[in-house]
Design a protein around this ligand. Structure first.
Ligand code: GLN
Ligand code: ZN
Length: 783
């Protein structure tokens, strides 16, 4: 190449400005959950904004240092957030809801949008709605776009973070959520149009933003567009080409990296390739290198996410390097990365001292993944031998996993292989109904609750004491039995028909089971952000799953011994157990699901044998694992439904199987809900009962159903009149002999006094409506 050509080449696309190792983003909660503590202290008024800012600044500085130390030559900046990155984007685009506008202080305004202001000094402001970030367990705040939303650019936060990074000497690559994804995740309010139709209103703001970023001197900007791996809207391919055609035509701007993740970008990648953006980021864990090869990316930097950003296993470095090598000829330049932000995994395995050392060796959390990315980048540049030790260690870890007797348990495999459809097919529903009615003798409109009762201070104290060793397990057990007895007494007093033991012994509905099943282990400090300041510590499912002894039978039979009323057994379903754990990646999820299902099946049959007449198997996460691409959904729903049916298909006709789902917007899963073939399904009913029930009817759902008659997420105690009205409304859509009466979810977050009052009113309402039904029947002449 002569010097002349170099001069005429657009400097933005030369290799020298590329980079070789990075991640799309990192966690921000802090290695020791410093941000959680600080924001909660700020909300409680214990620290001021300056102190909170200092913590945030420290977290950013430390996380950038880690990336630099790992050897990254481009570092994502602006992936920090006090609460949520989508909310940050709404702030950047001037799209906070008008109801928070009156709050002067920007930080307080921000938190008001995130959490509402109920209980505060001023008027109550409702928070933004929260929902799952794609198919992860992270929850984002849903921006509200109304007809009057006027977008205006406020790039303060991103510019501040760039300034901090530059002062620290960090090769900063600012990250922002792209206009397509932002609008696709927003919801229309006040009769406004579908947010995505406002895309042209956003392009001038992003254009302006690019100019502002250019002034800071950053080489690259990363624009996240995970929506491009979904079927969330029609015409996404054309839209991607148009939007990035416009943005890449902006004269003064940094190089643009359009980052996709959580799936294969398919033909959207080729669409991006046709624009002048300089780079694209792809998820090669869930997506295929073929997509990259077929899109013409020879002029661009391809940021190849070959290290899994959302699971906890060490990478097969040989396979990852092979994938990278296979792309070399198809990309202008290659950088190594994780498949998505490491927001979704814990910080580091270093603190996991109590873990079995063999298992320890199989894991890579965020910091270990940074090392893998850097090693792959160096191997790509200098050959595998340059990183021989690391590759050798990765191979050894893989071999250890593959050969471990806990990972392949012959007895589990044989049992699975022996399963046939007969094992998950119960008798026809009407036959079961008859047997259950005879066994239970419940009134019409039976009243019940979803499972948990308030997790009191005493319960938490006892759990902590057990963990600290100040009480032994016998003492713990007797304290929990006192709780169970109290909850049974409360339910009898209130007059419920079907009782529960209250779940005091469960810290969490998944962890409780994971702790008792073979094939799982728990971490000491494997925290990940769920939303805002809330973190969870998902168990790790590493091997073949098996139940060695009953997990709940003792608690339920104890509860049953205290009352003449039927007590419901309470279990978590296989899909929810998978959804809220880190899961082994060496076999299809469907197979792992069946193993978990068999373990739950052992528990359902043991409960039945112990005389428990009703068993509820909760699947609140059924909808959550739904694949992002429509084409993958049927297969998922098929295995998810089969897993539930394996878990519940071992009991006789007279045992009633209940399930609980935590939503009322069924969408694509409605057919699957019917296919679960549960005898009774309790669901949230945030919308009107009629709508929920009509939707179920339309899907051919003919079983008994308990649409939640009041919202447990609010401390408000519903009046009996209100509950009765909602029951009457439900009766317009469903016959009385199919209707159950229950709150819309578990009661663990509420106070005992609230729960007592609310349940009293609920029972009272059920009685009134029962009398009305009886009176109606008496006046209807027999024909
Ligand atoms: N049985 C559980 C409870 O009552 C169900 C929780 C849930 O739906 N997420 O707490
Ligand atoms: Zn629920």
């Amino acid at each position: 190449m002569s010097d002349d050509t170099t001069i005429t080449t657009d400097t933005r696309t030369t290799d020298s400005a590329g980079f070789t190792a990075t991640v799309p983003g990192v966690a921000r909660i802090g290695a020791n959950r410093e941000l959680k503590r600080a924001v909660e202290a700020y909300w409680a008024g214990r620290i001021d904004a300056a102190a909170l800012t200092r913590v945030a600044t420290g977290i950013r500085r430390d996380s950038w240092s880690r990336l630099i130390d790992a050897g990254f030559d481009s570092v994502p900046v602006n992936t920090f957030s006090y609460y949520d990155q989508v909310l940050d984007t709404a702030v950047m685009l001037g799209a906070l809801p008008p109801r928070v506008a009156a709050i002067d202080d920007p930080l307080d305004r921000y938190f008001a949008a995130a959490r509402g202001t109920a209980g505060g000094p001023g008027p109550d402001i409702a928070p933004l709605e929260m929902t799952k970030w794609f198919d992860t367990n992270y929850h984002y705040l849903v921006p509200e776009i109304g007809p009057d939303t006027e977008f205006t650019l406020d790039p303060g936060t991103v510019l501040d973070e760039i300034a901090q990074a530059q002062a620290q000497g960090v090769p900063a690559r600012p990250v922002v959520i792209g206009p397509i994804t932002f609008l696709a995740l927003a919801k229309a309010v006040d009769g406004g149009p579908t947010p995505l139709t406002r895309i042209d209103d956003l392009l001038p703001l992003y254009t302006e933003l690019l100019g502002r970023l250019a002034q800071t001197g950053v080489d690259w900007v990363q624009i996240d567009e995970p929506t491009l791996v979904t079927d969330q809207a029609d015409g996404l391919t054309d839209l991607a080409e148009r939007v990035y055609g416009v943005l890449s035509a902006v004269r003064t701007r940094p190089r643009i990296l359009v980052q996709t993740y959580f799936g294969d970008a398919g033909d959207r990648l080729a669409a991006l390739a046709r624009t002048e953006v300089e780079g694209v980021g792809v998820d090669l864990v869930t997506g295929s290198p073929n997509t990259v090869r077929t899109a013409d990316l020879t002029g661009k930097l391809v940021v190849a996410g070959v290290v899994d950003g959302r699971n906890v296993w060490r990478t097969d470095l040989d396979a990852a390097l092979a994938a990278l090598e296979s792309l070399r000829a198809h990309a202008g330049a290659l950088a190594v990365s994780t498949s998505c932000s490491t927001l979704h995994v814990p910080y580091t395995v270093r603190g996991e001292f109590e873990l079995d050392p063999v298992l320890h060796g199989w894991l890579a959390f965020a910091e270990e993944k940074f090392g893998e990315v850097a090693a792959l980048a160096r191997a790509l540049a200098h050959g595998r031998d340059d990183q021989a030790c690391r590759f050798e260690a990765a191979r050894a870890a893989l071999a250890s996993r593959a050969a471990d007797p806990r990972v392949h348990v012959a007895a589990v495999r044989e049992r699975l292989a022996g399963l046939t459809p007969a094992d998950w097919t119960r008798s026809p529903a009407p036959d079961r109904r008859e047997a259950q009615d005879a066994a239970l003798g419940l009134p019409v409109l039976p009243t019940t609750t979803i499972g948990s009762y308030p997790q009191t201070v005493e319960i938490r104290k006892a759990r902590l004491a057990l963990r600290n060793g100040t009480i032994d397990s016998a003492a713990y057990r007797s304290r929990m039995e006192q709780e169970v007895a109290a909850v049974i007494a409360l339910q009898e007093q209130v007059g419920l028909d079907v009782l529960v033991h209250g779940e005091p012994e469960r810290n969490d509905m998944v962890q409780y089971f994971a702790e008792q099943l073979d094939g799982f282990f728990a971490t000491a400090a494997g925290w990940v952000q769920s939303y805002g300041s809330r973190c969870v510590r998902p168990p790790i499912l590493f091997g073949d799953v098996r139940r060695s002894s009953p997990m709940t039978v003792g608690w339920i039979t104890y509860a049953q011994s205290l009352t003449e009323k039927p007590v419901k057994g309470m279990l978590t379903g296989p899909v929810t157990i998978l959804a809220w754990s880190f899961v082994r990646d060496d076999q299809p999820l469907a197979e792992t699901a069946r193993q978990v299902a068999l373990a739950i099946r052992d528990e359902t049959t043991d409960l039945e044998r112990a005389g428990v007449p009703i068993i509820q198997v909760d699947e609140p996460a059924l909808r959550e694992l739904l694949p992002l691409r429509t084409a993958d959904r049927a297969a998922y729903l098929d295995w998810a439904v089969t897993a539930f049916r394996i878990a519940t298909g071992g009991v006789g006709d007279a045992t009633a199987i209940h399930t609980h789902l935590c939503y009322s917007e069924f969408g694509e899963v409605i057919g699957a809900i019917a296919a679960l073939d549960a005898d009774v399904t309790s669901i949230e009913a945030a919308r009107s009962h009629m709508e929920v029930l009509d939707d179920l009817d339309a899907a051919g759902f003919a079983a008994q159903v308990g649409p939640g008659v009041y919202d447990i997420h609010s401390p408000r105690v519903p009046a009996a009149d209100e509950v009765a009205a909602s029951l009457r409304e439900a009766l317009d859509a469903v016959r009385a002999d199919r209707l159950w009466v229950n709150p819309d979810c578990g009661l663990k977050t509420r106070r005992t006094d609230e729960v007592t009052a609310a349940l009293r009113n609920m029972v009272d309402a059920a009685r009134r409506v029962r009398e009305e039904i009886a009176a109606d029947r008496a006046t209807v002449p027999a024909t």
